[in-house]
Design a protein around this ligand. Structure first.
Ligand SMILES: [Mn+2]
Length: 324
């Protein structure tokens, strides 16, 4: 499979590199590392992500090169889709990208649908960045400091700073090599976990205030309404990570965060009135729960979108507590 990818890359010039909407550190890190590596091979690749790159990741090299507009899809011979369980995760352009002659799917989600012509899906990888690390080595590109920085950020963020259950020995082995290649862990951490706006802290206050716990004490639920975002002057991206407060409560097995979108205006690539994030303590598989609601994800982190009304949605979520 690696050979198939390499021979495809060697025979192609017009490559599209794309990742999912509302990109996280792994999506962005993998996208940029792959773009930088292809440049070393003198392969021209367009970097595409429908959503803007969140400000905290703009310290990464080439982050300004990521385009939000696809342009004419007919000019691409190959599309490499990174960190997406299904092609639709790249947003509304999926309908055009689907028509590109060869689609290479590189991902680590257990819910991956093998949508590519070539699928490099390795669900044991801690991050897509881990797979990209192997691929870059295999294609014979030396991992320099900029590439290392992108990959390190991908692994650091997708493992929750080496705390989540996907934290494998490869995470440490690779990160050790990336640090040797010039990554400064303190510097990356400063950018990724450094500072919050006052508006975000005010939103956190409302999020904590919304906490509800199931009768058996095993499920926690936070609800963030559009009104709260408006009141505090925050954006959807400011909600990132808040679910961890619900997850870290003692004895909680399943933490849930409901996020309401502005009526009729879900962010690009999302459908429905609410987005629901699920996190488990590692004892239950939330990807399965997400699938039953039409979503997807990983064992410990997953999500779905829904048109349900809030009271009904909360009721079906609290019902999940009974099985915990
Ligand atoms: Mn990932």
């Amino acid at each position: 499979m690696m050979d198939q990818i390499i021979s495809r890359l060697n025979n192609n010039q017009n490559v599209l590199l794309a990742t999912h909407v509302n990109p996280d550190g792994d999506a962005i890190g993998s996208l940029l590392a792959m773009g930088l590596a292809l440049e070393k091979l003198k392969i021209e690749a367009k970097l595409f992500c429908q959503s803007p790159i969140p400000p905290l990741y703009r310290f990464l090299p080439w982050s300004h090169r990521v385009c939000r507009i696809l342009g004419d899809h007919r000019k691409y011979e190959t599309a490499i889709i990174l960190d997406c369980g299904e092609l639709e995760r790249i947003g509304k352009e999926a309908q055009w990208v689907r028509q590109i002659p060869v689609i290479i799917n590189i991902d680590h989600h257990s819910t991956n649908t093998y949508f590519g012509h070539i699928n490099y899906v390795y669900t044991k990888a801690c991050a897509t960045a881990e797979i990209i690390y192997y691929l870059i080595n295999e294609i014979g590109v030396t991992i320099n400091q900029p590439i290392a920085r992108c990959l390190y950020t991908g692994i650091l963020t997708d493992t929750g700073s080496f705390r989540l259950t996907n934290t494998n020995h490869a995470a440490f082995e690779i990160c050790q090599k990336l640090v040797k290649a010039g990554v400064d862990p303190h510097d990356v951490a400063k950018h990724v976990y450094g500072q919050y706006s006052l508006a975000r802290i005010k939103l956190l206050n409302l999020a904590l205030d919304s906490l509800e716990i199931s009768k058996n004490g095993k499920l926690s639920l936070m609800t963030l309404t559009h009104k709260m975002l408006k009141e505090t002057g925050t954006q959807n991206e400011d909600i990132d990570g808040m679910i961890n407060y619900a997850r870290r409560i003692k004895n909680i097995k399943l933490a849930v965060l409901i996020q309401e979108y502005q009526k009729g205006h879900p962010p690009t690539g999302e459908k429905g009135r609410y987005h629901v994030s699920l996190r488990s303590d590692g004892s239950i598989d939330v990807a399965n729960i997400a699938i039953s609601f039409g979503g997807g994800g990983h064992v410990t982190a997953a999500g779905f979108c829904t048109e349900s009304r809030l009271p009904h949605l909360k009721k079906s979520i609290f019902k999940l507590a009974e099985a915990l």
